[in-house]
Design a protein around this ligand. Sequence first.
Ligand code: APR
Length: 240
Amino acid sequence: MDVKTLVEVAPRDRFTRVCALTGAGISVAAGLSTFRGPDGLWRLSPEMERAMHAQLLPSNVDALWSVWGSMFHVAARSGPTAAHRALADAGASVITQNVDELHQRAGSHDVVEIHGSAGRARCLDEDFCGWIGPREEAERTDPPQCPQCGEPARPAVVLFGEMLDPEALTTARKLASECDLFLAVGTSGRVAPASWLAPTAREAGAYCVNVDLYPDGPLDPAFHARVVGDAQEVLTEWAR
Ligand code: APR
């Protein structure tokens, strides 16, 4: 069922273990794009989405820095939004598909970055070097290089066709199965395995709510309710 406010269906004081799965929509107010929304990056530039596939490495490294590096600089300048802070104030654990590190900057402690982070970089030579570290250390050179071996470096963001970090996935599943309120905020729910987390939470007995500003289609049956609204308003009102 579609409802107007989160307070209506899931009053904050009724729950003790809140878990939020977040997507690009929660960071729109920080100046970042969505991918599939009305003016989503992949919708506006299909060739940019094509460049995000792992099998194109290393030829697409420049495109990776251009997309994820510039997005991270926008996020770093804007800082976390009211919605990020609301989740932090509510003590929610966060499973994020975003790579902007805004949840950590808002003060959330339990954050699982299942698609990696644009705040970190990785050496392209994973077999012999395997370096991973702060983006700044790779960006000291142009083009960015691994500070350990000098090979090219890439943003530590999971690309299409790449496996997610198994540890992050295990932690995400654990958080989803231990919560009593599961909120999917600002995500189209189109990308697995993130989209499998709501059913995991539902099966474990959590109350599941989707917060989405431009819902595209029927509500996933894993959710009990959907709040059609801006995450900024919905979450700040709820966490108050
Ligand atoms: N408040 C709430 N929801 C919003 C807002 C807002 N202010 N603005 C946009 N949205 C919603 C859109 O309606 C859409 O459902 O956010 C969702 C964004 O969906 P996507 O663009 O598909 O982003 P996301 O779900 O995060 O994508 C998942 O796909 O390409 C990969 O790595 C990329 O992590 C990303 C993953």
